[in-house]
Write a protein that binds this ligand. Sequence first.
Ligand SMILES: C[S@@+](CC[C@H](N)C(=O)[O-])C[C@H]1O[C@@H](n2cnc3c(N)ncnc32)[C@H](O)[C@@H]1O
Length: 363
Amino acid sequence: MPGCALRHLDDQARRAWAAQQHRATLSRLAGVDDAVPHAVVAPTPRDGYRARAVARALPSEAGLVLGLGARFGAPPVALAECPVQAAATRTLLAQVQGALRARGVTPFDPTTETGTLRHVVVEAAGPSRRLVLVTATPTRALDDLIGPADDLGVFVDVVPPGRFDTLRRPRHVSGPRAADFVVGADRLEATLPAWLPQAPASLAAVRAGVLELLAPRADEGVLELGCGVGTLSLALARRAATVVGVDVERAAVLDAARNAAAAGVGNASFRVGRADHAVRRLLAGGQRADVVVVHAMRKPYGAEVMRPLLAFSPRVVVYVAPSPAGLARDLAAAPWLRADRLIFVDQIPGTGGLLTLARLVPA
Ligand SMILES: C[S@@+](CC[C@H](N)C(=O)[O-])C[C@H]1O[C@@H](n2cnc3c(N)ncnc32)[C@H](O)[C@@H]1O
């Protein structure tokens, strides 16, 4: 189950083991010296931290279960009962599961291609929650499953048989279009398909780690690739002269601009675009980037992004990496950079995954 594969281990021992694994990957794939100083921070509580749930619709003796698949003949695990999920996520899952049972909605069976509901996506990271009901064929029959509520955005999506996407093009049904989350004094909104953090309790530590490694000066310009809805941008803008955030997701960029305005941050601007295109355009336009933040998904950004960054002559690049292999590949594509400090954030306890914050300086 996501978030609990290694829950049986002592947390401290698991973190030390995971950090060792991450350092070994960085050493093997990018030659990062084992002597590079590292720290591990653990901001996320062991239980109740996961704000997002992707729960499959599964059959059980008790009726439809929103959970994870049965393995080795065991019954499905209801995510409404999973201690890793945040309390608000569990409550919403239980409410939706009850409503689905009361309606007699059937789980989609990929073998026979019968049944209605494939999975639900529930996000309850902050005051506004979000529910997406994902069916196998178009239907309006679930639009009124959960009564309209001011704090709950409801969407219905269709993932046809033979496709395995989590979401495709969710249709808004009721409630707010954006879900939100809180970091420090900032309340940030995220509109689908903008990226929404899974473990909001860890975000203040991620911000603090990035600021510590980057140490932006008051006269410096920051370039942030993968700015999302501005989670890091707002904190960076308060310390630096300017921030230019880039994200490929238009919805995220619109959210980032709105979130900055709501936070009274006036020295951050945001652009929609692929990072490689944006970097080329910014260089051509004479944009300065004294310091750079690269926030990746699991996939590396690639040499087309990492190589041209050299032309900005940045003092420091901080790379935020959910995958050490992705970071290693990007670092190997930029031999002009070397890692000189690492912070590992234990963002999703109970697993071997750590968020790596790497300070990269000119080699
Ligand atoms: C892990 S999210 C982090 C978002 C934000 N920094 C935060 O902390 O909330 C990474 C972001 O990178 C964006 N992204 C991924 N690949 C990209 C690319 N090639 N060009 C531009 N943005 C990209 C995604 O859309 C996503 O918003």
